[in-house]
Ligand binder design. Structure first.
Ligand code: KIV
Length: 254
């Protein structure tokens, strides 16, 4: 698709019912993101989610998907600093969930883990820029790599992921000009979130795009529906119908 100049659409999904809709709508790549920690479990960061919980989400998504590529995040603590552990974690995800690939956050620091996973025949997607598993190192969720030194490191990390054999890389919350330079300088597709229009594809968190998660309003987010209001209204109508004895009626009874 990169060679053809055709943009790649990606979205997250964490459960069977919504993954089925995402797949049917034509998204090419579904990410079972560790953002499940925020969106599904209500944690403040992505750090608490476990490998077992990621496998549970991934298994549910894989059951629903007929055509999209399913990529699963290796969660915090399952790959950093120990490439053997990284391979074990990736193999558990592939074996137990039936997913097609894994995603890891970071550059040169995780090179050994990336290489070891790739050597086992597991496709790897990289993730650079704002890497939420390192939030306590960054201190904030603001745009990354505005400074020359960080931008330079990001370009080197992207080249390393490309040369090592990753099949794609997520670029999160970096300046549009930098993501353009990275996209033009590597062979593998870049998938952007808050990285401007020049990446080879785009990804958003499903619940943000659908307006289910209403508090989160970053500049890069385009909201395609207000399902939060739709769901809340539907449920409040249900409550009111019960209170006023209009539900269930005769035709809804046996
Ligand atoms: O976990 C996630 O949802 C992600 C995307 C935001 C890229 O990593």
């Amino acid at each position: 698709m990169k060679i053809r100049g055709e943009k790649i659409s990606s979205l997250t999904a964490y459960d069977y019912s919504l993954a089925k809709l995402v797949d049917a709508a034509g998204v090419e790549l579904i990410l079972v993101g560790d953002s499940a920690s925020n969106v599904m479990a209500g944690n403040e960061t992505t750090l608490p989610i476990t490998l077992d919980q990621m496998i549970y989400h991934a298994t549910s998504v894989v059951r629903a998907v007929k055509r999209a590529l399913v990529v699963v995040d290796l969660p915090f603590g399952s790959y950093q600093g120990n490439s053997e552990k990284a391979l074990d974690s990736a193999i558990r995800i592939m074996k137990e969930s039936g997913a097609h690939a894994v995603k890891l956050e970071g550059g040169i620091e995780i090179r050994e883990s990336v290489e070891r996973i790739l050597s086992a025949g597991v496709p790897v997607m990289g993730h650079l820029g704002l890497t939420p598993q390192s939030i306590y190192k960054f201190g904030t969720y603001t745009v990354r790599a505005r400074e020359e030194a960080e931008a330079q490191k990001l370009k080197e990390d992207a080249r390393m992921l490309d040369e090592t054999g990753c099949f794609a890389v997520v670029l999160e919350k970096i300046p549009a000009q930098l993501s353009r330079e990275v996209t033009e300088s590597i062979k593998i597709p870049t998938i952007g979130i808050g990285a401007g229009p020049h990446t080879d594809g785009q990804i958003l968190v499903l619940h943000d795009l659908l307006g289910i998660n209403r508090e989160f309003k970053p500049r890069f987010l385009r909201r395609y529906a207000d399902l939060g209001s739709v769901i809340e209204n539907a449920i409040s109508n249900y409550v009111s119908d019960i209170k006023t004895l209009s539900f269930p009626n005769e035709s809804e009874s046996y």
